[in-house]
Design a protein around this ligand. Structure first.
Ligand code: SF4
Ligand code: SF4
Length: 220
């Protein structure tokens, strides 16, 4: 008959250590000394915060030193500024004429690991100089609730048409539909400096310094 064998000593995870056994005493069993110590710390910070608030002496939450004291801030009245490369809610950048820079190439929706971008591409109408060169998004929808804010869509876009430089984080809406950002809203979102344009313009059709392919090339 097969007998089960057990390891003599269970494997220890990395960085595990043994906590010394502390003999319980009446003082540790009632917890009172520790409760009073905790209350003293809380009251110390309470009075210091109140005094600084009354005297309007609250230190700058960003520059205050951890060693010097309190590192909490009175959110939402005070907010820590986001770093320059913070990935906030999306926006679609505009051309000078207000039209979307997006050419509906679907690179962003293809790169999106959360599959939360939906684009319906359309052709510009007859007579528009962009017809035949590029398309535009008839619909452009991002489900911000499914988005994981990885920034892949921004990296994938060849036109700098989608950006996450709004400086806005997701807000606590009360219905799921409000997290569905559609084209008009995405185009209306501005960057942190208030611009609806791009900070990294590619060369537009007709740019004489970088003319690219023209209709004349097609006849050769
Ligand atoms: S940030 Fe990432 S998850 Fe969100 S829409 Fe862009 S690619 Fe998708
Ligand atoms: S936002 Fe950029 S990557 Fe996405 S469809 Fe438009 S042009 Fe293509």
């Amino acid at each position: 008959m097969a007998t089960a064998t057990f390891p003599k000593k269970p494997p220890s995870p990395n960085n595990a250590y043994v906590v010394a056994h502390v003999e319980p005493t009446p003082a540790t069993q009632v917890y009172l000394p520790e409760i009073f110590k905790g209350l003293a710390v809380a009251m110390k910070h309470f009075f210091r915060n109140t005094k600084e608030m009354v005297r309007n002496e609250r230190p700058d939450p960003v520059t205050e030193s951890i060693a010097k004291g309190i590192t909490t801030i009175s959110y939402p009245e005070q907010k820590r500024p986001y770093p320059e490369r913070f990935r906030g809610l999306h926006r679609l950048t505009q051309r000078d004429d207000g039209s979307p820079r997006c050419v509906a190439c679907l690179c962003c929706s293809t790169a999106c690991p959360a599959q939360c971008i939906f684009i319906e591409a359309g052709e510009y109408p007859e007579g528009d100089p962009r017809r035949g060169y590029e398309r535009y998004p008839v619909k452009f929808v991002i489900d911000e609730l499914r988005c994981i804010f990885c920034g892949y869509c921004v990296e994938a876009c060849p036109c700098d048409a989608i950006r996450m430089d709004t400086g806005l984080h997701a807000v606590p809406y009360d219905s799921r539909d409000q997290f569905i950002y559609r084209k008009d809203l995405l185009l209306a979102q501005a960057s942190r400096d208030g611009s609806h344009l791009t900070a990294n313009p590619r060369h537009e059709p007709g740019d004489e310094t970088h003319p690219g392919v023209t209709r004349e090339h097609m006849t050769h």
